[in-house]
Design a binder for this molecule. Sequence first.
Ligand code: G
Ligand code: MN
Length: 314
Amino acid sequence: MGAVLGMSDSDPKDVRSWSGPINNLAEDERRSLVDSMSADTRPRIAIAEALRNRWFEIWYQPKIDLKRKCLAGAEALARIRHPHLGVLLPGSFLPDVDEESVAELAQHALVATLCDWSMFEEAGFNLHLAINVPVGVLLKLPIPKLVAEYRPKSARWPGLIVEVTEDQIVRDIALAHDIANQLQVSGIKIAIDDFGAGYSSFSSLRDLPFAELKVDRSFVMGCSTDATNAAICQTAIDLAHRFGSAAVAEGIETQADLQALMVMGCDFGQGVLIAPPMPKERFLELLRQRMNKPRAASPKEAMQAGGKPVGRVA
Ligand code: G
Ligand code: MN
């Protein structure tokens, strides 16, 4: 991976890699950065068994503000660390699973992210954290009660983002609307996940209060060269802005795609080019490293001082 975000001394706008090469990753952690296992060879693990044995870990994938060139938040992603099979991605524990088990896992992720926020804040970062929860599970969980019990007490807490996939939202838009309104009271905002893959008609989203539109990675990949994908990304970004929401590109893997998305006016970006999902401890370590670096001068300040332009630290 390339230079650390904003630390390139040749181009202050370089956002190629926030994480830089991630050292200290065990071999199985490195292999699990993106889901490359085929559906037939994946081991299958029951969620209840993994929860009982405390095999679940919440990993974090940094989300970068592409305009301010700094870390904006992180998406929480569930992983199993199996004693014999190593680190497993959701393909090994989510397909065909009953809603009760998904609810238990979602509750675990909700409580973990509410608790972890304070740890990241102590490291000097006020982050917008996001979790992934299906609509059915949002209805089952006592979310206001859980948030009231576990939310950070700090007045600086910006709330939590819940990512709901577009196909689930458009299946019952009135229900999604009710849920979004109810959750707002608890400081929870909705992001529309995997946007573009759900074939919604734009008008169905008209009245839904959502904070983010997350453009599905199948359209992000190759958006610098594929005219169709570029058109879809641009349309989604413009649509988000017209609704007063932010556009997030998921799964950015190449410098060319990142550049194209920045030209299109995309607000936030995630993807292995910038930073892969990583265990909480690695994420915290990177946050602390950034805080301990002397704050870099703005490009303008650096130019005035006669030095090379440097970017933001975080
Ligand atoms: O559905 P959702 O958008 O929440 O998917 C998140 C998943 O995408 C995670 O499991 C994560 O491992 C994977 N992911 C994150 N960044 C990338 C990327 O740059 N490329 C690919 N192929 N997958 C990614
Ligand atoms: Mn997501």
